[in-house]
Write a protein that binds this ligand. Structure first.
Ligand code: ATP
Length: 270
């Protein structure tokens, strides 16, 4: 479904501030799988997501989505097959527009037709039904500005918008990190429900070890622009938070250099 081949990117190349944010990252993502990307600060997690969504064009490497080479596609062209939720609950929605108007934009993502906010009764009913599935009572507030919602409610709605048209790929960039613990748990639970029920392919950057153990099928760990660990299938089933903490320690001590070395080292620990 998604194939990232040898992706590299350097910010400010050839200057004293050069940062090798991605160094030959290769990653194959299966259809309908849910992968968490964890890693040390500045390890390149968000840069990897940004490279996929086309925020910038990577210096080297290839990105294939469903066999199609999208490496040079501009960001707006990738917006049709990719849904995205950011850390900031205020990103991705228009505060002064109503919930219904924001949802109309989500429903028409990638279409070239002009935006009209006039809604048929049928569309409004579908909207109310899907918003009700969030179990936050927001179906009664469709005509309120989205700016009146709490951070958690807004992030739940953003998630619904990002997945409305069943994207080929859902990218979640620390989307619960800015929320209070209760809202974060609620949005995490909703994330799992939507990904499972819509059978989405998703990638989630997170700093929460607990979340990465509980939610996805696979955990990929990054450090200094490289993938240093990859917990999939039975290894993912067995891994617990202390194992991840131990892997972080090994990364910091320089014992894990890339995923092939990590395989060998990790077998001794998990
Ligand atoms: N637009 C940019 N311009 C310059 N440098 C950047 C840019 N985006 C990221 N970087 C640098 O690239 C490196 C990787 O950053 P990135 O945000 O991908 O890390 P991260 O793993 O998501 O970190 P964190 O967990 O702290 O959010 C960092 O050194 C960062 O400062």
């Amino acid at each position: 479904m998604l194939d990232i081949q040898n992706l590299s990117h350097t910010f400010f190349p050839g200057t004293p501030n050069a940062v090798q944010a991605l160094q030959g990252v290769s990653l194959h993502i299966e259809e309908e799988s849910f992968t968490a990307i964890i890693g040390t600060n500045g390890s390149g997690k968000s840069t990897l997501l940004n490279a996929m969504s086309g925020t910038f064009l990577a210096d080297q490497g290839k990105i294939l989505l469903d066999g199609q080479d999208i490496t040079r596609w501009p960001e707006h062209r990738r917006a049709a097959p990719m849904g995205r939720v950011f850390q900031n609950p205020f990103a991705g929605t228009a505060a002064e527009m109503t919930l219904a108007e924001n949802l109309v934009i989500a429903m028409r993502r990638g279409l070239k037709r002009p935006l009209s906010t006039a809604l048929s009764r049928q569309v409004r009913e579908e909207m109310a039904e899907r918003v009700a599935s969030l179990k936050m009572g927001l179906e009664n507030r469709l005509d309120n500005p989205i700016g009146t919602l709490s951070g958690g409610q807004r992030q739940a709605l953003t998630l619904l918008m990002a997945t409305w048209l069943r994207p080929k790929l859902l990218l979640l960039d620390e989307h619960t990190a800015a929320l209070d613990p209760k809202s974060a748990a609620q949005v995490a639970d909703l994330t799992r429900r939507i990904i499972r029920s819509e059978r989405l392919t998703a990638l989630m950057v997170t700093h929460s070890m607990q979340q990465s153990v509980e939610l996805p099928d696979r955990i990929v760990m990054m450090h200094k622009g490289k993938i240093v660990e990859d917990y999939a299938e039975e290894r993912k089933g067995r891994v617990r938070v202390p194992d991840l903490m131990a892997a972080f320690d090994r990364v910091k001590r320089g014992e894990l250099f890339d995923a092939s070395v990590a395989e060998v080292v990790a077998e001794q620990y998990v």
